[in-house]
Design a protein around this ligand. Structure first.
Ligand SMILES: [Fe+2]
Length: 265
């Protein structure tokens, strides 16, 4: 007989399973209008192929929730996936260089779709059994991470498609960007000095990379403004009043810069 604790755990897991399923499905909807050829191209080093975004967001759950190690024999747990789809996570091993993501024709788009399906199935099975709070936090982080990549996927494919002026846009219905006031910027005081970044208890979270040393950030990134708020590519609910991304003002290809005009009725 289920106890109250079980009931709470079930609802808790249901909430995460629901969010997980919706976020994962949205990525697939964004990729659906694109052909396999569209999804492989990397039009410049700053962009990543759609196929890579679909695989990398899947790798996050495989690596940090399902604990892939490349040796279990499960169809989605392959060493080449860990190498190709890791982005910047030094602590979990070697990774493929970002500027060469567009040169990866294998695994195919169909295999990446299969990778997503297998990981989704295992993730939903895991959540059906209830979720440990520490795992739940990683699952939630993974969904926000995937939403960030949904925005990047659209920015990147816009640049890819812009390389071919002979063919029209793949996304005809373009909603207006939500009007968002990210609030005022303020200065924040820091004590300065050396700081460790990450966690050192070896549990879930972002571990300190092997051989890491403290970093002295002499200028505190003074005067470097991060992009806040949202843009036309931002997934619903993902708009942030704080950090969104770090694109510099001169990199206008991503189309998420400062809005200097208002819509007139
Ligand atoms: Fe990422």
């Amino acid at each position: 007989m289920a106890t109250n604790v079980d009931a709470v755990a079930d609802r808790f897991a249901d909430r995460f399973a629901d969010r997980f399923a919706k976020v994962r499905a949205r990525t697939e909807r964004l990729a659906a209008p694109l052909s396999a050829e569209d999804q492989v191209v990397q039009s410049m080093p700053d962009t990543s192929p759609t196929k890579w975004h679909r695989a990398h967001t899947t790798w996050f759950f495989a690596e940090f929730v399902l604990r892939a190690d490349g040796t279990s024999g499960r169809v989605w747990d392959r060493p080449e996936y860990r190498f190709l789809y890791n982005s910047y996570y030094e602590a979990v091993g070697a990774r493929h260089p970002r500027p060469q993501r567009g040169l990866v024709t294998r695994p195919s788009v169909a295999e990446v779709a299969n990778y997503r399906n297998h990981v989704d199935k295992e993730m939903l099975e895991l959540m059906t059994g209830g979720l440990d709070t520490a795992i739940a936090a990683v699952v939630e982080l993974g969904t926000h991470h995937e939403e960030q990549h949904q925005e990047l996927l659209l920015m990147d494919i816009k640049h890819v498609l812009s390389m071919n002026p002979a063919v029209g846009p793949a996304y005809a219905d373009r909603p207006h960007a939500p009007a968002v006031d990210p609030g005022p910027s303020n200065w924040v005081d820091f004590a300065g000095g050396l700081a460790d970044i990450g966690v050192d208890h070896g549990a879930d979270g972002f571990s300190i990379a092997d051989g890491a040393i403290g970093e002295y950030n002499g200028k505190f990134m003074s005067g470097q403004q991060v992009l806040r708020g949202g843009c036309v590519f931002t997934p619903p609910g993902h708009t942030r009043s704080t950090y969104r991304n770090f694109f510099h003002p001169h990199t206008r290809w991503h189309a998420s810069g400062v809005r200097l005009a208002t819509d007139r009725q």
